[in-house]
Design a protein around this ligand. Structure first.
Ligand SMILES: *[C@@H]1O[C@H](CO)[C@@H](O)[C@H](O)[C@H]1NC(C)=O
Ligand SMILES: *[C@@H]1O[C@H](CO)[C@@H](O)[C@H](O)[C@H]1NC(C)=O
Ligand SMILES: *[C@@H]1O[C@H](CO)[C@@H](O)[C@H](O)[C@H]1NC(C)=O
Ligand SMILES: *[C@@H]1O[C@H](CO)[C@@H](O)[C@H](O)[C@H]1NC(C)=O
Ligand SMILES: *[C@@H]1O[C@H](CO)[C@@H](O)[C@H](O)[C@H]1NC(C)=O
Ligand SMILES: *[C@@H]1O[C@H](CO)[C@@H](O)[C@H](O)[C@H]1NC(C)=O
Ligand SMILES: *[C@@H]1O[C@H](CO)[C@@H](O)[C@H](O)[C@H]1NC(C)=O
Ligand SMILES: *[C@@H]1O[C@H](CO)[C@@H](O)[C@H](O)[C@H]1NC(C)=O
Length: 252
């Protein structure tokens, strides 16, 4: 009977894991944005980096609603925009960007990274790299990037040939959303807690599977399932329940 109950609970948990496949929290309220240079060194209120994480969600460019680095000659190597999470590590699923309307050629060759340090050039996971040259990238796009990290960096080390003038790299982001979950949560709306058996309470935002494995304490044969966080071979004597955290004698 107990065994059947265990099986049923494991099945139900499994079903929940399979059905919930995305996590959709925009994490940009939790951290700060920065960029390689101000648009105008004598008026830093123009084109502030945080404009990109505030509404409106639009490609329409103004210096009060979009971020912008300094538009310069070819005397700089790179321009970047960075988001730094205020909590330790974020579980990112994808990143949506809205670039300045009609200026896709300034995005040419851009790269998007998730990293654990603020080092420039970025050192970490390259989520996406635009191929240099035509066609130029879409000004609105969502880039999948299932990664654990502390920083999201939009990086551009290519200038743009604009006919009459050749500019150095510049970043003009009007809106950025970073979708994922805070540490320890997962699911649509990040409304589920990671299984306590997941080591360090770390689980994937998309499906709740433990990232760094599970802690088999109290599990028979020291065996647990990283997807459900449950003990797969049953419990050590005296304990019961899928997570072996209930006393067998409690129900008598
Ligand atoms: C981006 O991720 C969110 C949350 O996981 C999901 O709802 C959305 O469908 C994804 N968008 C794309 C274009 O993949
Ligand atoms: C990122 O944010 C953390 C916590 O708010 C802070 O300690 C750290 O100095 C920031 N790093 C950078 C490069 O801004
Ligand atoms: C800029 O792009 C918008 C649509 O994104 C278009 O309607 C408009 O004509 C474009 N302007 C120029 C000058 O190309
Ligand atoms: C960041 O560090 C964590 C470990 O703390 C690691 O699991 C993750 O893969 C790292 N992310 C990147 C982008 O290197
Ligand atoms: C997620 O949040 C949306 C909007 O608040 C709500 O309509 C939806 O039911 C929620 N989904 C779950 C699975 O909690
Ligand atoms: C859960 O998601 C992670 C990251 O996308 C993936 O590696 C893992 O295989 C998934 N687990 C299941 C049971 O689908
Ligand atoms: C525990 O492990 C032993 C040895 O590998 C195996 O014979 C036994 O069937 C396992 N118990 C369960 C409940 O799976
Ligand atoms: C056992 O673990 C599950 C899964 O985390 C939890 O929901 C439940 O409350 C725990 N039960 C006890 C008695 O601690």
């Amino acid at each position: 009977m107990t065994q059947q109950l265990n099986m049923l609970s494991v099945f139900l948990i499994h079903t929940a894991v399979m059905l919930t496949i995305t996590a959709q929290h925009n994490l940009t309220p939790f951290g700060t944005a920065s960029q390689s240079s101000p648009y105008d060194f004598s008026d830093i209120s123009k084109g502030k980096p945080e404009n990109a994480v505030n509404s409106p969600v639009s490609n329409q460019f103004t210096l009060t609603t979009c971020s912008s680095t300094k538009l310069s000659d070819r005397n700089i190597d790179a321009a970047w925009w960075m988001f730094n999470f205020s909590f330790n590590t974020a579980y990112i699923s994808n990143v949506t960007i809205y670039y300045r309307e009609n200026y896709s050629y300034r995005m040419d060759g851009f790269k998007l990274y998730v990293t654990n340090t603020s080092t420039i050039p970025p050192v970490g996971y390259l989520c996406y790299k635009d191929d240099h040259g035509r066609p130029y990238p879409a000004i609105t796009q969502t880039i999948d990037c299932t990664q654990l990290g502390k920083y999201v960096i939009y990086y551009d080390d290519r200038g743009s040939d604009e006919g009459a003038y050749i500019f150095g790299p510049v970043v003009e982001l009007c809106y950025v959303a970073i979708n994922g979950c805070l540490k320890g949560t997962w699911g649509t709306n990040c409304s589920y807690a990671c299984q306590p058996k997941c080591i360090d309470q770390h689980c994937y935002p998309g499906n709740g599977s433990c990232v760094w494995g599970c802690d088999p304490q109290s599990c028979l044969n020291n065996t647990c399932d990283i997807n459900t966080g449950a003990c797969s071979d049953g419990c050590v004597p005296g304990l019961t329940g899928p997570f072996c955290n209930m006393s067998k004698y409690f129900f008598k």
